[in-house]
Design a protein around this ligand. Structure first.
Ligand code: GTP
Length: 309
């Protein structure tokens, strides 16, 4: 159970979820392939039954960046249900950082307008990543950046060429600076993950936050330890650990005679069964891991305006 956390006790380890958004063809996949390398895989061919896809995980000595896709935010022309739109916007609120990627060789368009409108409702820091700078004259860059900066207070603006690699390392450094201190969520050799794993952890986390209201901070983490089909049955066994910061919080999450944990489990199980389309046996554990949040994320919880740093 402690496996995923064993390397992350030392201070200063940074980790977090990064959503890459942008119009089609701006170069999101090219960027990810460059960052994560050839091993990256398309993880699910299920059309948007899931809310987020982990697209790639970059593990370094001092950090882990988990890049996720936010379905629903890229395709403003499609008729999106309220639900998908809400899910997409909620995801943007929950990640640690948003990369809004644009194509420097194209002008500002309707798709960008749609995305910027959604960004107005989130407090998560947003980087403007201006891609394809190799395909333009440097003099053309500044007016584009200025145009976007008038529309949104970006936490950073980073011009790159995902294709040729220019400035990609600088972008990664800046991302790292903006991530909170946190655990290594995935094993170091894992570059991708089944989207279900992330969704399941989010479903459990949602129930914890919902049922405990203000008593448990939003940065509670849920780690999925295993998802296995049980022998000789259609039931899927899911083991997950809820990570809190203090013993008192552990008490709250477990509840009197385990009542709270049981309620979290039974509510989460229903959702997970819907997600996976089969019967689920859910085993939950609670673990205290002191102070894995750093100051930045605590400030965020108290409403610090992140566009200012
Ligand atoms: N010149 C140039 N072309 C690039 C760069 N990055 C991506 N491209 C090209 O732009 C096209 C689209 O790139 P993708 O990475 O597929 O874009 P995407 O945003 O993932 O596209 P969707 O999956 O449709 O959202 C491809 O032909 C890439 O080769 C870049 O930095 N410079």
């Amino acid at each position: 159970m402690d496996k995923l956390f064993q390397d992350t006790q030392e201070k200063g380890y940074k980790s977090g979820f990064i959503s890459i958004i942008g119009r089609p063809n701006v170069g999101k996949s090219t960027f990810l392939n460059r960052v994560i390398g050839q091993k990256i895989a398309i993880m699910s061919d299920k059309p948007q039954t899931t809310r987020n896809k982990v697209q790639g995980v970059l593990t370094q000595n001092d950090s882990q960046m988990i890049f996720i896709d936010t379905p629903g935010i890229h395709k403003p022309k499609h008729k999106l249900g309220d639900f998908m739109m809400k899910v997409a916007t909620n995801t943007l609120k929950e990640v640690d950082l948003i990369l809004f990627m644009i194509n420097a060789t194209e002008g500002y368009g309707r798709g960008d307008e749609f995305i910027i409108e959604k960004l107005q409702t989130v407090k998560t820091p947003v980087f403007l990543v201006v891609n394809k700078i190799d395909a333009m004259h440097p003099d053309e860059l500044l007016p584009i950046i200025e145009k976007y900066q008038q529309l949104y207070p970006f936490a950073a603006v980073v011009p790159i060429s995902a294709l040729e690699g220019n400035n990609v390392d600088t972008l990664l450094e800046q991302i790292k600076e903006h991530l909170p201190e946190g655990p290594q969520f995935y094993p170091a050799d894992q570059v991708t993950d089944h989207p279900e794993r992330f969704i399941i952890s989010e479903l459990v986390r949602e129930k914890v936050l919902h049922l405990t209201r203000e008593e448990i901070p939003h940065s509670v983490a849920v780690v999925i330890d295993s998802i296995k089909k049980m022998d000789n049955s259609d039931t899927i066994n899911v083991m997950a650990t809820i990570v809190v910061e203090r013993d008192s919080q552990k008490g709250i999450v477990i509840g009197k005679q385990g009542k709270m944990l049981k309620e979290v489990g039974s509510r989460a199980r229903v959702d997970i069964e819907n997600l996976l389309g089969s019967k689920v046996f859910l085993e939950l554990w609670v673990k205290v891991q002191k102070d894995w949040r750093n100051k930045a994320s605590q400030l965020r919880d108290y409403g610090f305006n992140e566009s200012e740093y």
